[in-house]
Design a protein around this ligand. Structure first.
Ligand SMILES: Nc1ncnc2c1ncn2[C@@H]1O[C@H](COP(=O)(O)OP(=O)(O)OP(=O)(O)O)[C@@H](O)[C@H]1O
Length: 491
């Protein structure tokens, strides 16, 4: 008889007066020491206690093992069984060489190393359904089955973002780990959510950060953590590019916007409204130039061969809840469309065009069109009234056609605002980059001919009040750094 069989017997023998009940196995602990027996864990609904006492369900030996060292508890989450291990010991329970701490609950994953104090031995934990072929029950793969988590890339309001490596392909991805949420109870909303997730998973466009997969991992009996696996972008955010350069050239902005609007168009065709387009959510992948003779794909910096622009964070409300998402948007209103501020539930895809207008303004002059420095009125009222201007000297060298486009995007009444198709076809995009790069007298003449007279009346060039000074993104970023960096409060 094998030693592991003996362990099962010791489990059954602990209930001599009751009917001996045999439970199916749920997992095994494989000893890392040769000669030491493995432990078989039964699927006992009331939990399994492991310790030195013969009253335990599973008895283990070791001078510093506590009489009740730990308890394993079975939970079912999203139709999936998991075991939690609770540390009851005085001398320590170790998971993956880390001390758990008395009273703590830890979710066990296949491959975890479990140590019982110093003398109780070390074991590798595996769920039975991970290793038994032909069983009816299939173990839904967990995030940790598929990926190895790496360094943190950053953090936002709702999540931390980490790098991870695909265990099978070796591909590097970005993983958004959302702050823990209450676990669901499998109601009909789950089916709807799953449907919406499937739509997000099907989104495939060169200017949208690819959504690869998602996992809902239980943290304990009541909470879950969602892992969103995303294509990893390698060169940071548009935000940082604007901060580094103070503002972007017109030709560069145009090349970035052509890509960005192509992504927005695709989202709108799929009935997805982003609602949070801002420089932090536009990520970049830069391919360096191999030599200065290599022809660039666009008006990029000298060392850059190509800059790919991708929109991140679409469909976020699905993961964090509609109310929380809208509240967060309205908490940092520089980029919020008026209809969202007014809590109009009938908002449309036009919301994203307002945001594109704000972003275009920021790219070209380096500061946002609505801010408290420009008060009165306060920022919220500036947005609700559509009160902004193209201040001299910041906008002096920017072509009228760019101003015309912004004027057609920052329109409070969404019905009168440009939609994505009109925006993509705006004549600013047709202007030759060469002309825009260095504004010349000839160019100004050419553009005057281009600009329809009706649009030029909307262009509001204005001289700033003498006591007003708009703060650039860079100045906001630097001053926030001095007071402890919370980027979410910058814009
Ligand atoms: N797919 C990705 N590839 C590489 N880095 C990413 C990716 N997604 C997010 N990041 C980085 O992770 C950090 C946090 O991103 P996250 O989206 O959580 O926050 P945010 O968009 O900056 O703010 P919030 O979500 O609060 O609006 C950012 O610095 C972002 O650049």
């Amino acid at each position: 008889m094998s030693l592991s069989r003996k362990r099962i017997l010791s489990f059954s023998e602990n209930a001599p007066k009751r009917q001996v009940r045999r439970y199916e196995n749920i997992a095994r602990l494989y000893s890392t020491r040769s000669g030491q027996s493995h432990i078989v864990i039964p699927r006992k609904p009331t939990g399994v206690v492991i310790g030195r006492s013969s009253l335990c369900d599973i008895k283990i030996v070791g001078s510093d093992v506590s009489s009740k060292h730990c308890q394993l508890t079975l939970t079912i989450n999203n139709s999936q069984e998991h075991l939690y291990i609770t540390d009851l010991s005085s001398n320590g329970l170790y998971i993956n060489d880390e001390l758990c701490g008395k009273g703590t609950n830890t979710l066990l994953k296949s491959g975890d190393k479990v140590g019982f104090a110093k003398t109780g031995g070390q074991f590798i934990f595996r769920y039975s359904f991970d290793e038994e072929e032909g069983t009816v029950k299939t173990h839904k793969r967990t995030f940790f089955d598929d990926y190895i988590l790496g360094n943190q890339l950053g953090s936002g309001h709702y999540a931390v973002v980490k790098e991870a490596r695909d265990r099978t392909t070796g591909d590097i991805v970005a993983v958004k780990v959302f702050h823990p949420n209450k676990s669901s109870n499998g109601d009909t909303n789950d089916a709807k959510l799953q449907q919406e997730m499937n739509l997000l998973l099907s989104i495939n466009h060169p200017n949208i950060v690819k959504f690869i997969s998602h996992y809902i991992e239980p943290l304990n009996q009541n909470t879950v953590s969602t892992y969103l696996v995303l294509e990893k972008m390698n060169n940071g955010e548009l935000f940082q590019r604007i901060v580094n350069k103070l503002k972007l050239r017109q030709d560069e902005t145009k090349a970035i916007f052509k890509q960005l609007l192509s992504g927005v168009h695709y989202l709108h065709e799929n009935n997805i409204i982003h609602r949070d387009i801002k420089p932090e959510n536009i990520l970049l992948d830069v391919t360096p130039r191999t030599s200065l003779n290599e022809k660039q794909t666009g008006p990029w910096d000298d060392h850059e061969y190509d800059v790919k622009v991708k929109i991140a964070d679409f469909g976020l409300a699905k993961f964090i809840g509609e109310l929380k998402f809208t509240n967060t948007l309205c908490g940092t209103p520089a980029y919020v469309a008026p209809e969202i501020l007014l809590n109009d539930r009938n908002y449309s895809t036009k919301v994203d065009l307002w945001l594109a207008g704000v972003l275009l303004y920021v790219c070209l002059c380096g500061f946002p069109p609505f801010s408290d420095e420009l008060a009165p009125p306060n920022m919220k009222d500036q947005i609700l009234q559509g009160k902004y201007a193209f201040y001299s000297p910041y906008w002096d060298d920017i072509s009228d056609s760019a101003l015309d486009l912004i004027s057609n995007l920052l329109v409070v009444d969404a019905r009168d605002r440009f939609d994505i198709v009109r925006t993509c076809h705006h004549f600013w995009f047709g202007e030759a980059d060469q002309q825009v790069r260095a504004v010349s007298d000839t160019e100004e003449q050419d553009m005057e001919e281009d600009v329809p007279s009706q649009s030029s009346s909307q262009v509001k060039r204005q001289v700033l009040r003498s006591n007003t000074q708009p703060m650039t993104l860079k100045e906001r970023f630097t001053s926030e750094l001095n007071f402890g960096y919370d980027r979410s409060s910058i814009l």
